[in-house]
Each structure stands twice: as C-alpha cells, then as structure tokens.
Design a protein around this ligand. Structure first.
Ligand SMILES: C[S@@+](CC[C@H](N)C(=O)[O-])C[C@H]1O[C@@H](n2cnc3c(N)ncnc32)[C@H](O)[C@@H]1O
Length: 287
C-alpha cells in the first residue's frame, strides 16, 4: 500500500495538479484517492500502509489518480466526501468543496467572541454543502441554524448532509438571495463564506476551481458584490451584541480599502488561512 500511495504521489507531483481542496500536498491527496478506490477508511493507522494490495485494486487506484490528473477534478468530487470541522460531508460539483478557516472558530463554539452555551440562533449565509451550518449546530447545542443559499442545487446537497448528521430539527434550509426570504428574523451570530473572487482573479484560478459552481466563487469586478449586501443588510438581522463573521479570503485588502471607516477585527487562525473579519451589530449600526 505504501508503495502504491508513494507512486501516486509522484504522479500527482509530476503532473503539477493544484492542491487546495482538502489537502495541501501530493502524499495526502494520493492517500485519500487510493484509500477511496480500495474502499478503506482514512483512519486506518500504520497497519493499513503495510497491507498488500491486489492487482485489480491497485489498477482502480491508478485509474482514479489518472482521472484526477487528466480532468483536474478536485479530489473530493471523485471520492464524494470532504471533511470540515472534523465531520464528513457529502460533496459533488453542485457545491464548493468545504475548506474555510472558519472551521477552527466554529469548533471552539465561537469562543471567546461568544459564549457557546448562550447562542440560540445562527444564520449561515451561502451554505453550499451545509458544512458551516451543520458544524455550528454540533458546536452550539442550544442553537437553531438557518442555512441559506441562492442555489437550489446546492441546497439539495445540504439536505443530504443535514440528514447524514441527523440535524433536521435544528438546521433549516432556506432558498434565498442573501437575506430576502428571511423576513424579520434575527440572529445571535451571522456567519458567511460568501463568493468573493474578483473578475481578474477568476480568470487566473487553477483548472480545479472551474469544476466548482461559478456562483460560489465569482462576486463581480472587485469581488465585493456579496460582501457589500451583507455589510449593508446584516444589522437588521442581528440581535443586540450579535456578531457578523465573514470570510473574504484574499479580497481582504479590497474590503479594507472599500470600507476604511468600519472597525473590522481580522481574526487569526492557528491552522492557517485568514481574511475573516468580525463586526458587532453595534459597530455596524454606528458606521
Ligand atoms: C464560497 S461558497 C461557500 C459554501 C459553504 N458555506 C462553504 O464554506 O463551503 C458561497 C455560497 O454562497 C452561495 N451564494 C452565492 N450568491 C448568493 C446569494 N446572492 N444569496 C445566497 N447565497 C448565495 C453559493 O451558491 C455558494 O453555495
């Protein structure tokens, strides 16, 4: 098994595939695809790597890695699974592959910014696979979560994940353009990983990203289309001392320039990633 994975990793490296959808190196990507082709669990431990592999199984693994290279498909679309905040999510090309640094914050129940035991209502804007909404429901046992997306196709996948995690009673899926279908509902926390890629960057994205829904990435000329709506409308849906937490990735510099007066708190993550700001309702109202 070890040799099979090592060979796969060498092929991925030689082919210069892009790593950015769940793994950040050739070995992990080859291991994930090989284990999937062989129907083996990820957490198999050292013994797994010493296993002998039958010729037919090895051929299946080589073929899957061949597809990864030839079609430049993100690996989670080939395996059908992606991990977020320690939880498995069903994914396919209808949804963005979960990878937000927000996972780290959600696993902590938003501490120290919120008290996880007191959060009752959360809104996940642009839920995609449902990963953020579902991870929030797991981390915040008393919370009910509204998970909004404009894409009906994405919500079908989110529905599979809500069922997979048995959270239908606490996670409500809503088809809506931003806040439009939410009437006057208010939340303790609004969390969003909206589309934020600008037009120039869209053209330069590695081929893997072209398999993801355009609506999940593209956000107009400067990448601000969705963020601008959120900044304008969030305060009407936040409770007193409520939090708005939004990922804008490397559109951070554009956001800072476009809103010089907003007192953004840019969060730090120990597992990497950034470009996530936090604002309170009171700060939004004051500015
Ligand atoms: C960057 S993806 C994030 C998906 C998921 N939350 C995650 O972190 O993996 C952005 C999501 O926002 C949704 N979206 C785009 N425009 C929207 C809009 N106007 N209203 C609601 N959702 C929107 C897309 O369909 C997509 O699922």
């Amino acid at each position: 098994m070890h040799r099979l994975i090592a060979r796969g990793a060498r092929r991925l490296k030689r082919a210069r595939v892009f790593f950015g959808h769940g793994t950040d190196n050739a070995w992990d990507e080859a291991a994930s695809l090989t284990l999937h082709a062989l129907g083996l669990p990820h957490a198999g431990g050292g013994a797994l790597y010493r296993r002998r592999v039958r010729a037919a199984d090895a051929a299946r693994a080589r073929e899957l890695i061949g597809r990864r290279i030839a079609e430049r498909v993100p690996a989670p679309y080939l395996t059908g699974v992606s991990w977020f905040a320690g939880l498995p999510f069903t994914v396919d090309a209808r949804v963005l592959v979960p990878r937000s640094p927000l996972a780290e914050l959600i696993e902590r129940g938003f501490a120290p910014w919120a008290d996880p035991r007191r959060v009752r209502r959360v809104l996940d804007l642009g839920t995609g696979s449902g990963c953020i909404a579902i991870a929030c429901a797991k981390a915040l046992p008393k919370a009910r979560v509204d998970a909004v997306d404009i894409s009906g196709a994405a919500l079908e996948v989110a529905r599979l994940n809500v069922r997979r995690h048995r959270l239908a009673r606490r996670v409500r899926l809503v088809r809506s353009d931003h806040f439009r279908a939410l009437a006057r509902n208010t939340y303790d926390i609004i969390v969003a990983n909206p589309p934020y890629v600008g037009a120039r960057e869209m053209k330069r994205l590695p081929a893997e990203y072209r398999h993801e829904p355009r609506v999940a990435l593209a956000a107009g000329e400067r990448g601000l289309d969705s963020v601008a709506v959120i900044l304008r409308e969030a305060r009407a849906h936040l409770r007193p001392r409520g939090l708005l937490i939004v990922e804008v990735g490397n559109t951070e510099a554009v956001v800072r320039r476009a809103y010089p007066r907003l007192p953004f708190l840019w969060l730090q993550f120990s597992r990497g990633g950034g470009g996530v700001f936090l604002l309170t309702r009171e700060q939004l109202v004051a500015h």
